[in-house]
Design a protein around this ligand. Sequence first.
Ligand code: C2E
Ligand code: MG
Ligand code: MG
Ligand code: MG
Length: 282
Amino acid sequence: VKQAKQVGRPQVYEAKQASEARRRFSIETELRRALDKDQLKLFYQPLINLKSGEVAGFEALARWNHEDRGEISPTEFIPVAEESGLILQLGRWAMHKAADTLAAWDKEAGERLPVYVGVNLSAIQVARDDVASVVQSALKSSGLTGDRLTLELTESSIVQDPARATRVFDALKSLEATVAMDDFGTGYSSLAYLQRLPIDVLKIDRSFVTGMMVDPDSVAIVRAVLSLADALGMSTTAEGIETVELATTLATLGCASGQGFYFAKPLEPAEALDYWKSRRRP
Ligand code: C2E
Ligand code: MG
Ligand code: MG
Ligand code: MG
């Protein structure tokens, strides 16, 4: 709106805003239908142990191939799901699907895979759903133990209601699940919460990892996060590793694990199991 005034062509911007609002509204309606018809999928991106090169786990990432619009990015539909409340249904679906998939891999491989599956939890779920019960129910129906799940929470799930977040994090820990702080460094939470909450892993945001190639400040930030995690007894994961140089540098700096297109993009479940087998050491 501000920009429209400046350039003096308000009608163009109003038209653009109206069409964005229409798309958002259609996405909401169609997402509700897609969830009801079970048309979303989860893809699995490997997280690699940077020391051993083996797969440490997989992050489950929602995918929506819309029948007319094609692939819609989660960066578009997750915010819509959050604003509309559909994230509660989507989140429960993702938790159950991810747990069932890991249990199916175990069965197919004929052994308990030494990997976890990471599931993203939105701040809206933390605020409005009983996420510990959702996790418990997914564990029960899949037969997995809690230590096979990593829950990726963001700083935004803490800032609104720290007391509630504390109860939720504690409840997740009592199920023996791993708690990871996703996109660490991009939010507004206070460092005091790192001390107070049972956080096992810091996931260094992709923006800092990408920045390492060109910007000494990003390297300094990554080093600081790694040393903070070490001092607090937490593990670390880096997201957005796109080159061998980044993988090597992060390993040298002591980052425990990482994910990124250099290793693999998010994969279909069958491809993910094959990927695990291919990186397994004899
Ligand atoms: P996130 O949890 O931080 O997930 C990591 C994102 O980084 C994924 O994007 C992944 O595809 C992308 N990524 C990984 N490695 C690389 C790389 O080397 N280069 C680049 N350019 N990107 C990389 P994706 O799948 O588009 O998901 C975006 C966000 O949507 C996620 O960020 C997460 O916040 C949200 N999301 C996705 N699935 C779910 C879900 O089931 N539930 C919730 N609550 N949020 C989800
Ligand atoms: Mg994540
Ligand atoms: Mg992340
Ligand atoms: Mg994110």
